[in-house]
Design a protein around this ligand. Structure first.
Ligand code: BGC
Length: 647
């Protein structure tokens, strides 16, 4: 590494992007932006690769289908909490291989694996110390390959993580860079380190103002995401005599994507996993790749997020990947509002990320159920419209993180966090001072919905009836509970409950050695019957309901890819959505109120038409023709296929 010169911030601040000629009305000319940064991936090289034709694309053996992600039904696996095959007290990749039958049996056709790379595990594996190595506690690279191959044999595609924004501070790139900076300070004096920083040849993001001056003012309007844990985005690193930039934990330094070496290495890492056979990569924390503040061309404030350089880089990675591999995808984790996320699909037919998590949609389903007002679901549907045809939203109810309320108005978030802190007997929500976490609530779906089976099933039904590609978080297929209070962000990452034996069949280790305690061992948690073995045998279990929902979605092109039109009803509590294609109409009704409700449905042309009940969480539901007015039970969800006219 060539580090010389005097001490100052590595990055150029503020307005340089806004004034760049490569940005016109917020649209970025990827070629111009990346001339330097992505030289190894020049447009000419990509174009000539593309011209070679589809037969040159590298296949991983799965059927060629560039739009598979729109049709898939995902299951998210947190490998450390899935199945322990070694008795270590933590799950491993072989455990996932052993349980592929469960995943296949549910009808899942794609899995998302949380990180299993080499890591000090201070952020659930999102703190990576080797992008190409498997953490020894989770297995080997051969296990990873076997898992991909075994999943493929069952027709299941595999999405792994691409944590592009940062590494662990134990990554050799970081430890080497700190050692280098220490050397420079010791041998050439502080002034000598200053000049090199403008050259952008550091792999991380530094500011070399003095420790005594306190955290740098640079980019100080960029928010702190982990506000429960961090005071800001700069941390002083004494050995390096510099301030280090991080958007998440202080032990997760942000990579410097302005450095062409970082770009080259990170793209090579991405290729490494595609070469191993993965079908998709979840681009973690994607809005934060580059650092700048200032103003966007349209006048919006730029606070270090969603920068034109980030879009240009992702376009470049997509072009590179599409030109090299068959049927692979990038999925973005951008916890932003649709006006900020939609640009990540790219322009025209969609030339940036293939899919994005629908963060604003997720809490709005809960908001409707907490408030009893259907308007939030309607808002979520309206917000999600207008994405390119070849793109997809990934919808979800929960994941391994706290349930984020980042994308609801601030006062609403504060009120909800307060509600969970104090409890709400009317909604069945128990008081829990530890439930609020960062900008969200650290509970599983079960507790979020007041520990109520009917509402839990309604939420599951919403996952498979709202537009988008559904992602089910492991454990939610059996209604797993959280462990409250004790375990930081890990209370929602509790071990899978396979049966009712000690540790829920997750591990043979001593219960005290589990990396996170099992709810099955915890007398305070009502986990009786909450396990896969028991629920398999019970036709009315949550598990069998989820299986039916997945089969329903697979059997309905309207639910899979149909339009979603909001149908007026006479009640604020009854949501009616028509999912339709040219061949099929499916009416999705939900009483989001926690008491029964009667409502008219404004579909005069369909009244009297025969209907087939595809799903209902009301065991007493009987209906054979569409009425003008319907009585729905408390939190009833009802999915009806409109049958062809008998005539
Ligand atoms: C992950 C979190 C993680 C954060 C920082 C998020 O996208 O879901 O679990 O802490 O990135 O890596």
């Amino acid at each position: 590494m060539d580090v010389m010169g005097t001490v100052r911030a590595v990055k150029t601040a503020s307005n340089e992007i806004a004034s760049s000629s490569a940005v016109t009305n917020g649209v970025v000319d990827a070629g111009k932006q990346l001339d330097t940064a992505a030289a190894p991936l020049s447009a000419a090289a990509d174009a000539s690769q593309a011209a070679e034709g589809a037969r040159q694309l590298i296949s991983n053996g799965m059927p060629s289908n560039p739009n598979w992600i729109q049709e898939a039904t995902f299951y998210q696996v947190y490998p450390r909490a899935f199945l322990d095959t070694t008795g270590s007290g933590q799950g491993d990749l072989r455990g996932v291989i052993n349980r592929l039958d469960h995943i296949q049996d549910m009808g899942i056709d794609a899995i998302h694996l949380n990180p299993f790379f080499k890591s000090p595990m201070r952020d659930g594996g999102y703190d990576i110390s080797d992008f190409r190595g498997v953490d020894p506690s989770l297995g080997t690279i051969a296990d990873a390959k076997e898992l991909i191959d075994e999943a493929h044999k069952r027709g299941i595609r595999v999405m792994t993580e691409n944590v592009a924004n940062h590494t662990s501070n134990m990554h050799p790139w970081f430890t080497d860079e700190v050692a280098q900076l220490k050397y420079i300070h010791a041998n050439e004096g502080g002034h000598a380190a200053l000049e090199a920083l403008d050259k952008n040849d550091l792999k991380y993001v530094w500011d070399f103002t003095s420790e005594a001056d306190g955290p740098p003012k640079l980019w100080s309007d960029t928010r702190t995401i982990f506000e429960d844990y961090e005071d800001g985005n700069w941390t002083w690193v004494p050995e390096a005599q510099g301030w280090n930039w991080h958007r998440f934990f202080n032990h997760q330094p942000d990579l410097n994507w302005d450095n062409p070496v970082v770009v080259k290495d990170m793209i090579a890492n991405s290729d490494y996993w595609f070469d191993l056979g993965v079908d998709a990569q979840r681009m973690d924390a994607v809005p934060y790749l580059f650092e700048r503040t200032g103003t966007f061309p349209d006048g919006r404030p730029m606070v270090g997020e969603n920068l034109p350089e980030t879009h240009a880089m992702l376009k470049k990675m997509r072009a590179h990947t599409d030109a090299k591999y068959d049927s692979r995808a990038f999925v973005g984790e951008a916890n932003m509002m649709p006006e900020e996320t939609t640009p990540y699909f790219g322009s025209g037919p969609g030339d940036e990320l293939h899919a994005l998590y629908n963060f604003p949609e997720m809490p709005r389903k809960y908001l409707s159920m907490w408030s009893g007002d259907k308007k939030h679901i309607a808002e979520a549907i309206e917000m999600s419209k207008g994405i390119p045809k070849n793109s997809a939203w990934l919808t979800f109810n929960r994941n391994h993180d706290e349930m984020t309320l980042e994308k609801v108005p601030e006062q609403v978030r504060l009120d909800l966090q307060e509600m969970f802190r104090k409890g709400n007997p009317e909604l069945g929500i128990k008081p829990d001072p530890d439930a609020p976490r960062n900008l969200g609530i650290s509970l599983r779906q079960w507790e979020l919905l007041g520990e109520n089976d009917v509402r839990n099933r309604q939420m599951n039904a919403l996952l498979y009836t709202m537009p988008g590609t559904p992602v089910l978080y492991n454990g939610d297929e059996i209604g797993m509970r959280s462990i409250r209070g004790m375990y930081d962000r890990d209370g929602v990452r509790t071990p899978m409950q396979w049966d009712d034996s000690v540790n829920g069949g997750f591990s043979s280790a001593d219960p005290k050695d589990l990396f996170i305690p099992s709810a099955v061992n915890d007398a305070k948690v009502a986990s009786d019957g909450v396990n896969v073995a028991a629920q398999r045998l019970d036709p009315n279990s949550t598990l069998n309901h989820v299986k039916k929902l997945i089969a329903m979605r697979h059997g309905s092109e309207a639910l899979q890819k149909g339009a979603a039109d909001i149908i007026p009803t006479s009640s604020d509590h009854v949501s009616a959505i028509m999912r339709s294609t040219d061949n099929e109409q499916v009416l999705v009704l939900n009483n989001v109120k926690w008491t029964p409700e009667s409502s008219s449905i404004d579909l005069p042309e369909l009244v009297g038409r025969r209907v087939e009940v595809l799903d209902s969480n009301n065991p007493d539901r009987v209906i054979s023709t569409l009425p003008g007015k319907i009585d729905l039970a408390s939190n009833e969800s009802l999915t009806l296929r409109i049958l062809p006219d008998e005539a």
